[in-house]
Write a protein of this length. Structure first.
Length: 320
């Protein structure tokens, strides 16, 4: 595997889930695979699960992780081409990328959407530069439009907890005080569309996800109706994707607290499990009651981040 951005990069999902099961059961069975190999984990943005689970996955494979926090430990980097560098950014990605990749075998990048320029974000400008100028396999650790390590961990979690062959999975928008990227819902939708689940999306009007990710998944604007009979409720806030009105890209269109997932919402489901990628704003996205209930999967879901990352790194090491 040369890059990990989309569900198509992992191939057959049944095979990937079986590999995840084996990795989880015997995480050290491939501890020689990463011997004398190095992964560079580059963070342009904050992280808790991603930086820890990625390092843990690398260590399980016997690989050395190097973590770099851009702007804190390094020079501030310019990401746009053709600009006069007279501001606060001291180095361009054009030089920084080949320098970084000269010290490693694999590279993971966290680079959130700026939410200012839809075309810049949706063409994955920063990630594409790492592919073009790095010459090493690249993992998106949440880039402008995707968070595949999260979506793979979510799929593993659904596979572990599903009580029927084809569960109903509902992705619901929920309110948040800040404008957040669409990477998590984009990838979740892309992966659920590829999985053997009955997938429904619900959000206020104007929050329509890009069709490259949402595909033909049904969108139900009545949240309660969408949640009826759900086996898994996946909550997430995202800002306006700008599909219907590009001028609204990255904006907060609603802070309607009626969308906060609480006990009344869960009551219409099929005793559903609650999921969220974390970090979560309690009593904005989800009530304490729901996230603290035994049906909340947020912790096992986060634990599976080390499993999804290990499968991806294992595949990349095997194809070096
Ligand atoms: C990120 C997002 O894409 O929504 C990362 C999720 C894995 N979340 C945030 O930035 C939350 C920040 C906040 O202030 O709650």
């Amino acid at each position: 595997m040369k890059s990990f951005f989309h569900v198509s990069d992992i191939g057959d999902l049944g095979v990937a889930l079986e590999e995840a099961r084996q990795v989880k059961a015997t995480p050290y069975a491939w501890k020689h695979l990463g011997e004398d190999k190095t992964i560079m984990l580059v963070f342009f943005n904050s992280s808790l699960r991603t930086r820890l689970s990625s390092q843990k996955a690398a260590l399980n494979l016997g690989m050395n992780p190097i973590v770099l926090n851009i702007g804190q430990d390094s020079w501030k980097l310019e990401t746009e081409m053709g600009v006069v560098m007279d501001g606060d950014k001291s180095e361009h990605l054009r030089e920084a990328i080949p320098v970084m990749t000269s010290y490693c075998d694999l590279i993971g990048i966290r680079s959130f959407a700026g939410l200012q320029d839809r075309a810049f974000d949706y063409s994955e400008t920063v990630l594409r530069q790492f592919v073009e100028y790095g010459g090493k396999p690249v993992i998106s650790l949440e880039s402008a439009t995707v968070h595949p390590c999260q979506a793979f961990a979510d799929l593993i979690t659904i596979e572990e907890y599903r009580k029927k062959k084809r569960p109903k999975v509902v992705l619901t928008w929920a309110p948040h005080p800040r404008a957040l990227p669409q990477a998590v819902p984009n990838s979740f939708a892309e992966w659920m569309n590829a999985a053997d689940v009955d997938f429904v999306i619900t959000h206020p009007r104007g929050y329509e996800l890009d069709s490259a990710f949402a595909g033909n998944a049904p969108v139900e604007y009545d949240q309660m109706k969408a949640l009826e009979g759900a086996d898994f409720v996946y909550a997430k806030n995202w800002s306006c994707p700008g599909v219907t009105d590009p001028a609204q890209y990255g904006q907060i269109l609603s802070k309607d607290m009626g969308w906060t997932v609480d006990a009344a919402h869960m009551a219409v489901t099929n005793n559903a499990y609650f999921m969220h990628c974390l970090p979560v704003r309690r009593n904005m996205i989800v009530s304490d009651e729901v996230i603290d209930a035994p049906t909340s999967l947020v912790i096992p879901e986060a634990a599976n981040r080390a499993v999804s990352a290990q499968v991806v790194m294992k595949r990349m090491l095997e194809s070096l």
